[in-house]
Ligand binder design. Sequence first.
Ligand SMILES: Cc1ncc(COP(=O)(O)O)c(C=O)c1O
Length: 400
Amino acid sequence: MPFLSDTLARVKPSATIAVTNMAAEMKAAGKDVIGLGAGEPDFDTPQNIKDAAKAAIDAGKTKYTAVDGIPELKKAICAKFERENGLSYQPNQITVGTGGKQTLYNALICTLNPGDEVIIPAPYWVSYPDMVLLAGGTPVTVPAGIETSFKLTPDALEAAITPRTKWFIFNSPSNPTGAGYTKDELKALTDVLMKHPHVWVMSDDMYEHLVFDDFEFFSPAQIEPGLYERTLTCNGVSKAYAMTGWRIGYAAGPVALIKAMATLQSQSTSNPCSIAQWAALEALNGPQDFLVPFREAFQRRRNLVVEMLNAAPGITCPKPEGAFYVYPDISGCIGKTSAGGTLIEDDETFAKTLLKETGVAVVFGAAFGLSPNFRVSYATSDEALKEACTRIQTFCNGLT
Ligand SMILES: Cc1ncc(COP(=O)(O)O)c(C=O)c1O
């Protein structure tokens, strides 16, 4: 009898680990490595949020809380949805978990039966397909490539829907591409979903606040109220408030689903950290003005990276609407040989060779389900980005 479960056998080890380990080994050996892999803001958590956590500790708010969130935080989340998204929810429609990741995972575990399909546009955040597999469902990935600016078309969505489709996972702005759907683009997708009442929508709005130029963010239930009863609107404080380590995510949806998610959480992790919940309350209710300099810094870095990568031969880098990632296409580099003599067969070889020869760590596109590309996280200093992009340019100039 095998010791490990069949469930675990369905999940692949993270494809990003190879590059990450290589980068860590090179750093440990004293090499000059610039990491563009991390999916988190490089800013510190704002002081008022840290102070709220300290005050919570001093006030003894260090005990178990209600399983899926303190009432004060649920109320603040309802106010956030009303204020920022025009979505009306009651506290019993809100769940709070240990990061956005837990709420997404809870929802999938609570709803998927063997054979249930989940539509995931590719490229996707690495965790979606594996979470679906862990929950016993079947991920159905649908390509959304550079020719459609990494956005799923209504026709492609329509073609992917079957009688077994349970969820459509929607993520705008996206990890790994930064692509954000306009109101019209999203409406075209919700029109398709309105024709298929058995399909639920899991909207992952994690990068809502990180949008640039005059891009306006919209969530599916806001665009199409007809979807409200079958949409789980997911968000969290990790990315917008530079709070990745605090582990607070939340979601809003129909009461029966929210209740089921609380039951699951009560038998797994129980409540998310009490102190982090009080900090998240301050993040949502407190001043929002620091979001502006965060956004400005990311926009400046996006412009810098897009311009410098497009100057590298063989690379085409679209300019995304949000998040802190770009996802350049490297078709023009495949089949060439690096200055160090390695044949660039695919994006994994590209990333590994780039790291070995220049010390720049990026994540290869195969990990996100669309190749040949790589993902750059530009949540790092302007100086580091300039140096990294210069090295990428040199690397590409050296390809023959
Ligand atoms: C698209 C997307 N959704 C959800 C998450 C999960 O965020 P967290 O669990 O830190 O709240 C991430 C984190 O990388 C993400 O990129």
